[in-house]
Design a protein around this ligand. Structure first.
Ligand code: CUA
Length: 337
């Protein structure tokens, strides 16, 4: 009993945490509607479940109680059975009507999402990769396009246009606190509108099984007021700063000579490949490896040395570097604020 008690306690604790991912804690306009629908579904389906279980238990207890009775008793019961059949028929019709009601309600919730628009919206391209997220903030000037990974900053209180696609297999973009899911199917581009109404940090997760590390394909949404969002965007537009510290400078040289440069972009340097995440401002992000590890010095060391031990199957090869080279490289990464 004590073990079961501890188990239940652990389950309860699983609901705690600062970066919650929850349909029942909506912070966005669509999510609020989805949440209402969700509670209605839970209420009605729970009622149906209780009624069905009640009938099953009733039938079982009747059968037990009546096992000694003989056929005459069953003949007397036939009128009652007919009544019961009618009750069941009514219940079945009610269930069908409720299901149809849910279908209509879901269509209305989806239609509302499609009805959002804005003349000059914040437009973000979301690209799903195995197994990380690329976010590109549109701009009329190509040099002003901001590219980041696994951390999506959104301004609150305005409609945002998301244009989403996949670079490889099917992924699904989902931030339960903000909006519904959207599947990303190559080579198509899909678009959706969303609006965040509350400030906060919310967890997003790929919601379509996409291979070995599907579970480690998360991201964080930082929802903030427009002025803070604009300040962030402005900072992200800047190319990487020349490292001041000697060690970080050595790290930059290691980066440029190692296989890192063949996959990543650091704007302001010669590194310009788009295979892996853009690292121009990697130190400004809270997590690495698509929400897998907090962005700390030791985690960066572990990730660069042997990312396969953290996230087997990911595209980044393990780096065969001397410890001093690795330390310099991490110092460089941490200078990219
Ligand atoms: Cu991407 Cu699951």
């Amino acid at each position: 009993m004590r073990r079961i008690g501890y188990g239940l306690l652990l389950l309860l604790l699983a609901g705690c945490g600062t970066h919650q991912q929850s349909v029942t804690n909506s912070a966005g306009t669509q999510a609020a509607r989805i949440e209402i629908l969700w509670w209605w579904m839970l209420g009605i389906l729970t009622t149906i479940f209780v009624i069905v279980v009640g009938f099953v238990l009733g039938a079982v207890s009747r059968r037990r109680g009546g096992s000694e009775q003989m056929p005459e008793a069953q003949v007397i019961d036939s009128a009652r059975d007919r009544r019961l059949s009618r009750v069941i028929l009514v219940l079945v019709i009610m269930v069908i009507l409720f299901e149809f009601g849910f279908l209509v309600a879901s269509a209305i919730v989806t239609k509302y999402e499609r009805g959002m628009s804005s003349k000059n919206p914040v437009e973000i391209q979301v690209i799903g990769h195995r197994w990380w997220w690329e976010f590109r903030y549109a701009s009329s000037q190509p040099s002003e396009v901001v590219v980041t990974a696994n951390e999506l900053h959104l301004p609150t209180g305005v409609p945002i246009l998301i244009k989403a696609s996949s670079a490889d297999v099917i992924h699904s973009f989902w931030v339960p606190n903000i909006a519904g899911k959207r599947d990303l199917i190559r080579p198509y581009q899909t678009s959706m509108w969303l609006q965040v109404d509350e400030e906060g940090v919310f967890r997003g997760q790929c919601a379509e099984f996409c291979g070995h590390q599907h579970a480690h394909m998360a991201f964080y949404v930082v929802a903030e007021p427009m002025n803070r969002f604009q300040a962030w965007l402005q900072a992200q537009k800047a190319p990487a700063k020349e490292p001041l510290e000697h060690k970080a400078r050595q790290g930059r040289d290691v980066f440029m000579k190692s296989p890192c440069v063949t996959c990543h972009t650091i704007r302001g340097t010669d590194a310009g490949s788009r295979v892996g995440p853009d690292l121009t401002h990697v130190a400004s992000r809270s997590f690495i490896a698509a929400g897998t590890l907090p962005n700390t010095r030791s985690n960066l060391m572990q990730w660069i040395r042997d990312s396969q031990s953290v996230k087997p199957g990911n595209l980044m090869p393990s780096m065969d570097l001397e410890t001093s080279e690795l330390e310099s490289l991490v110092a460089y990464m941490q200078s990219l604020k």
